[in-house]
Design a protein around this ligand. Structure first.
Ligand SMILES: [Zn+2]
Length: 300
């Protein structure tokens, strides 16, 4: 069965007028149930995890500042959200969702989180709307439990996975692959194990030919026993922050290729949603829903 992490706290509204779109976290599960892609049985609710797995990735100093709401103003501005108890609780629960979804992926081949993909979070700081790095926490969690040895992170959000790259920079047990917009945030990029920087306006054909040329070679070379997929839909042309020009069908073809490849190689995959900032919420929901529809279609 497809298991998807979701908790009502994901919808936690930011102060009125905040530019980060939270609405998708509310509408996406509703859409998946409404159209029959999922039933309530597909969803599970994460809880507040122990600190220990979070502290395997994040420094205790940073995490304590988050929990006590004592992060300095400059550090909060970099994150982009006003900090609150609810927001920090939301973040740790999303990380718990990714850890639990990682275990479900081992059982069912694939599992997902209706949030996460917070790849701009570093060990000791947050930025770009990312506070805790959920897939990094998930990767360490699986390794610590002896459930995975070699992990591949496939980060196809349009923004570079700078936090993830830095966290695993000197760690050969986690291979970080980021395909992103060259001229896009973050402007000071970190070095992933493999970075592919795309020009503005990159369209479906170019994008898909690079991806299909790269991913099988990476899997053959690195032999991962677990894959994290960051399926941000901010690659599509209508995205406010994206600068690339994929169609919604191209974005779906991307997801299909990644998920089918994981299945063909029998490598469990955990998907976090990542970004999506089209002005029309319907496009965001449709593009994210495609990832979940494909998971059902290809695996179950
Ligand atoms: Zn993004």
């Amino acid at each position: 069965m497809l298991k998807i992490a979701f908790h009502p706290i994901y919808k936690h509204p930011l102060p009125e007028g905040h530019r980060f779109p939270m609405l998708k976290y509310e509408l996406l599960p509703e859409q998946l149930i409404y159209e029959g892609t999922c039933t309530a049985a597909n969803f599970f609710e994460p809880t507040v995890p122990d600190d220990a797995p979070i502290l395997r990735v994040h420094t205790s100093e940073y995490f304590n500042h988050l929990k006590n709401l004592t992060l300095d103003a400059k550090a909060v501005r970099k994150i982009g959200f006003p900090l609150s108890d609810m927001l920090v609780k939301r973040e740790v629960m999303i990380a718990d969702g990714t850890m639990k979804a990682s275990e479900y992926a081992l059982k069912y081949g694939i599992a997902m989180n209706i949030a996460g993909g917070t790849h701009h979070a570093y060990a000791d700081s947050g930025e770009g709307f990312c506070i805790l790095n959920d897939q990094a926490i998930g990767a360490r969690y699986l390794q610590d439990k002896g459930l995975a040895k070699k992990i591949l992170i496939v980060d196809l959000d349009v923004h570079q996975g700078n936090g993830t790259a830095k966290i695993f920079q000197n760690d050969p047990s986690v291979f970080t692959f980021s395909m992103h917009g060259k001229a896009n945030y973050p402007f000071k990029k970190e070095q992933s194990d493999l970075d592919i920087a795309l020009e503005n306006g990159c369209e479906d054909d170019t994008y898909l030919s690079i991806l299909t040329d790269t991913l099988p070679k990476l899997i053959a070379a690195e032999q991962p026993d677990f894959i994290y997929y960051l399926s941000g839909v901010d690659v599509i042309a209508s995205d406010k922050l994206g600068k690339l020009s994929l169609s919604i069908e191209g974005c779906k073809a991307r997801d299909r290729y990644v998920l089918q490849t994981c299945k063909d190689y029998s490598i469990p995959v955990m998907c976090s949603m990542g970004g999506g900032y089209s002005p029309d919420i319907k496009i965001i929901i449709e593009a994210h829903a495609n990832t979940f529809r494909l998971a059902q279609e290809l695996y179950f």
